[in-house]
Write a protein that binds this ligand. Sequence first.
Ligand SMILES: Cc1cc2nc3c(=O)[nH]c(=O)nc-3n(C[C@H](O)[C@H](O)[C@H](O)COP(=O)(O)OP(=O)(O)OC[C@H]3O[C@@H](n4cnc5c(N)ncnc54)[C@H](O)[C@@H]3O)c2cc1C
Length: 288
Amino acid sequence: MKNFDYIRPVNMDNAVEALKKNDDAYLLAGGTDLLIGMKNNAVQPKCLIDLKSIPDIDSIEYRNGFKLGPLTTIRDIEVSRSIRKKIPVLSQAAGTLGSIQIRNRATIGGNLCHASPAADMATILLAMDCHVKIASYKSEKTIGLDQFYTGPNRTVIGRGEMLSEIIIPKDMERFKGVYLKYGPRKAMDIGIVNIALLLDADYERGLCNQIMIALGAVAPTPIRAKGAEALLNGNRLKAGSIGKVAQAAADEARPISDFRASAGYRRDLVRSLVFKGINQILKDNNPS
Ligand SMILES: Cc1cc2nc3c(=O)[nH]c(=O)nc-3n(C[C@H](O)[C@H](O)[C@H](O)COP(=O)(O)OP(=O)(O)OC[C@H]3O[C@@H](n4cnc5c(N)ncnc54)[C@H](O)[C@@H]3O)c2cc1C
């Protein structure tokens, strides 16, 4: 590992100022991605800006929807009572990431900014129509998470910028959801395919008001299966229509073949997991 400078800012302004002043600076959150990259020499920062002394950027606030600080750990999201009550599928998804040790260290900001196509938090938050705030020296902007990713391990965050907040719309509370992750091992593994499903339905009448489907690990970035969603929005939740939605989601996936799984296998998994997930939500919310 090469030598690097180390800066520990005490507020967000200092952090973005340090980013502006230092070329090749990396923000250090939990370090569960970054330190591995540094040990492998895949990244060689000249400067590390450690976020852990900044107060209040690890907070879970509820103000007309959730606002999460970027340093909020995955474990805090998993066990948060208010998240479990209002949007339990987010806690469920958080609980699938790595192990308790990793979740105690790993942050939501790091998960989004590392920008793995298989990132669990990115997949579930994309289904939730989240927005993110990006701070730079003396300015801040808000964009949809659907505009955040530009490719594998790439985001729109530019030099001198950092992710400063994750905003989950209050509207998400009307949805029931499920997060399904398929991998060869039960824990400590990123998914071969991740599926986030949110469904708002009239369960008694079997009518879908709105469905949100996000797919992870099957394209260069996590994606929404908007074509599949459109097939079900406003329509009846019948086995035939659910099958068509699952097939449409598989068609929208753009998986690659690698040492973990072939593209065809990943596509088949999307189809069967979307089918299974929708049926699971219906079963869990069966009014009778
Ligand atoms: C054993 C193991 C198992 C894992 N399992 C999973 C898994 O199942 N699912 C999964 O999704 N991931 C998994 N991961 C990956 C990793 O734990 C997560 O991606 C984690 O959330 C990263 O967060 P971090 O705080 O550790 O990020 P860091 O490693 O500190 O940072 C990651 C990247 O994000 C940048 N960054 C961090 N914060 C900000 C910010 N606020 N603004 C801009 N850039 C920022 C850093 O500069 C760096 O480039 C696993 C890792 C390990 C080691």
